[in-house]
Design a protein around this ligand. Sequence first.
Ligand code: ADP
Length: 425
Amino acid sequence: MHTAHDKINDGQIALNAIQRRHTKVSAGDQISVSRFVLPDNFNLALLTLELDFVKRSNRSEQLDAVVLAQQLRKKFTDQVMTVGQRVSFEFCGTNYLFTVNQAMVEGEENSKGLERGIITKDTYIVFEATPNSGIKIINQREATSSNIFRQKEFNLQKLGIGGLGEEFTDIFRRAFASRVFPPHVTNKLGIKHVKGMLLYGPPGTGKTLMARQIGKLLNGREPKIVNGPEVLSKFVGETEKNVRDLFADAENDQRARGDESDLHVIIFDEIDAICKSRGSTRDGTGVHDSIVNQLLTKIDGVESLNNVLLIGMTNRKDLLDEALLRPGRLEVHVEINLPDEHGRLQILQIHTNKMKENSFLAADVNLQELAARTKNYSGAELEGVVKSAVSYALNRQISMDDLTKPLDEESIKVTMDDFLNALQE
Ligand code: ADP
């Protein structure tokens, strides 16, 4: 090893001071070098940088994490970062020195992380300040959630959800962002996990569809779905027990594995069936009130768990007990409305996609026009229109004179007329 100033001969390599510290070699050391092959999923999703030192030229005590993250990404795009590595960075006349604390790849944000990764334009960067750096990091939360969102631009149509892009973004920003980061990062940022959210709006608009996809995105498997009326039992005390049981898996998991516990997403459809405002039912027995209390107790009890996300759904938000909607309970409320024309077009595309791929959709079918003619249709109703159009098309294929005649699969075509007939129903 020689210092970087010397002429570099064959068999020698030159490293600057930071590189030497990082690779733990000194000038003059003998080293061996081998080629590093990039794994496929090497694009960093998260990089945590600890601020060690700031040499300030101005007296600003605050560090805008959003701006700094942008600059860092710009400057270090395509550079490999190794955990433990020092990164020095000059911005607006100020020198920053960071240590790389943590690196994670997309989709594995809950894992322990990697030894190294590559900074891309989508890498989100979390800053951590040491107590003695004497600087306050501001806007961290914005920096992280907005960047994650850019990183994770979900293709809703691919997930079978039409329209609802804004609602999904809202849910993501308010409820998920805190779930994507490992607990030790969220603890340091002082973000509290959202424990519950409420999706409300007219029936058939995709609330269940969306809740299910959220559940899958968060923990990679089908979430638990329960239905309000199913939880209700006519036997005394049985409903309360059913409510308690909903949380049993999450509680057992937490007991067994502590911080390592999986996230348990519980989807509660028609939650108004068991959570009408207390005192509103006039059976005089107070049985209903005790069910509401049981649910509230359970939700409050998951305080320490952090491994539960309860998604409640209702067409009648006005019926719900106020107490259920307070902070710490179902605190994020997102209204899911009937789709607009663009949303309706997307929904029609989703539900005709298969027949289009298989050439069953006639060329004259104009989905744009159908979207324009279906004002006030819900997603479920649009799906109904598609199904009905298909049944018209199939009907034409069946010869009433001879039901045994083989079906000519090739000639099945769903036409615009079939859709228009379906709309008349
Ligand atoms: P909700 O829970 O709001 O009552 P669902 O999610 O159960 O409605 O919707 C019922 C069905 O209607 C879904 O399974 C889906 O096939 C269709 N649907 C409803 N909304 C949408 C949408 N936004 N995009 C695509 N399909 C939809």
